[in-house]
Design a protein around this ligand. Sequence first.
Ligand code: GLC
Ligand code: CA
Length: 599
Amino acid sequence: MPGTKNPPLFIPNTNVDSRWWREATVYQIYPRSFCDSNGDGIGDINGIISKIPYLKNLGVDVLWLCPIYVSPQHDMGYDIADYKSINPDYGSMEDWERLRDEVHRAGMKLIMDLVVNHTSIEHAWFIESRSSRVNPKRDWYYWRPARIGEDGERLPPNNWRSFFGTGSAWEWDEGSQEFYLRIFTKEQPDLNWENPEVRTAVQDIVNFWLEKGIDGFRVDAINYIGKPPGFPDAAIADPSTYYQPAMHLYLNVDAVHTYLRELNLATFAKYDAMTVGETPYVPATQMALDYVHPSRNEFDMIFQWEHMDIDRIPDTLLGWKPWALPELKQIFSRWQTLMYEHGGWNSLYMENHDQGRSVSRFGSDRTPEFRDLSAKMLAMFLSTLSGTLYIFQGQELGMANIKGWKLEEYNDVVTLTYIREKKERRIRETNDPNPDMSDLLNDIQRKGRDNGRTPMPWTGNAPHAGFTTGTPWMALNPDFAVCNAAAAVGDKTSVFQFWKEMLHIRSSWKTLVYGAFQLLAPGDMRVFAYLRVHPRAKAAMVVLNFSSERVEWEVPEEACNLANCHHVFGNYNSVEEFGACLILRPWECRLYKYEHLHS
Ligand code: GLC
Ligand code: CA
């Protein structure tokens, strides 16, 4: 095996330019839960400013802030009432300007969240729009008359189900006697992008922030903005209810691309801004390239969701199902290959504020040792793939999902909707007004959005982990005594230090950011291994044990140039000599470098 001659495996990707964000690592901040500077229990802008040295030390390049605009917080700021003002909970516009300047002074960039599929019901546009059927802003949202059912009852205009649950995507407005479309909560009416005035108003918001000197946007739920003409009913997939899943009808309609190009040319394109669109239900096909290919002038990259949905029962909000490693490998392999071969670009993430913690979902939080090892293993995984890398606050500490909470302690709107709808159904089916719901804990502990939203644990020896001197708006993950930033920064062997080292390695090894990806041993149920190859830089092999077991792993022939391969980094102290068979310990990860892949 050693010295086997193989032909070159890849056509180099010569299509990508050197825009600044390609090699960048983005750190996502959930401001409400990051750091509270004034003791009101709510994280704020001054709190973020105070942590810039911490972020700089970690080695990230860009900060992305979840929404901090004026909002009644029905969906934690993803329901915006004023796009050009800061919610007083978080500070003032002056505070924000200081944050921008401090971030730039530290050599980092700042991007904001743009939420324009919908506004808040408290936005002035919507208040006007709902005020009467003849208001000039009526057509800024989707208003439709009721449909009359067979027994004369009032039904929504079609049978679409809300994205957040099993109820209708339409809401009745008593005042003006029509329904408005709201794919998310009833406090988030969808904007009518067919109306050119709406599109101009959105451009105005985007330019306002670009003028203020921000460096880009994460664009929320953006493949929802085009709605299918005529609002056709969805086919019946769930005969037990009237409201049917309709994502296939309202996501990714052709018009989205027209709107995005128009937006891009009127805004982002005039600045050196980065854009990442959040796009659930986009597969690794031409559809994805349509959003991100440079020739399209839409986005620089998107957040695809296939790996996030791997453990979700389709058409349920939070229903958990087991997953198998080969499936995860196929997903990543498809995305890596698609973008490489066609000159597109990936975003790399395993966590955000809408997801359970990755160490609990893809690693193991069963013991402190496994948690530590598997968080490092996942760090190596993400940071050895091609694309722009994203770290969600707390991920650098190996934060795990919340353990030990009762159902009543969760408070995210999606979690609450999930519980409420299941409960209503159970009451109907059993006639028991107070049915036991504790079985839902399994799903929520794994997939609830609350898991990603608990306040940052800054230290192990202060009340509320130093997040606030007051009462935190949301309870902390009870494990902060063992998992906190102060402990992690001070410990050379911590998950934090591992991330830091991985970011450092990534920053000086072009193969990791730009190289081609070749999956090894696709069927292996425990080991995820791949080669990374670049025409002008050294090749890499990454070997990840996604299991709590000791695994003997035979190096596949195409990776087996033994004499030339040396170990660069890993999550165990000592490592055996490279050989044809590797003995991998639980959750072990290894990064190898080839002097020459093929001799
Ligand atoms: C996105 C956000 C999520 C929000 C939803 C509606 O998925 O990340 O938090 O609830 O859009 O705006
Ligand atoms: Ca505060």
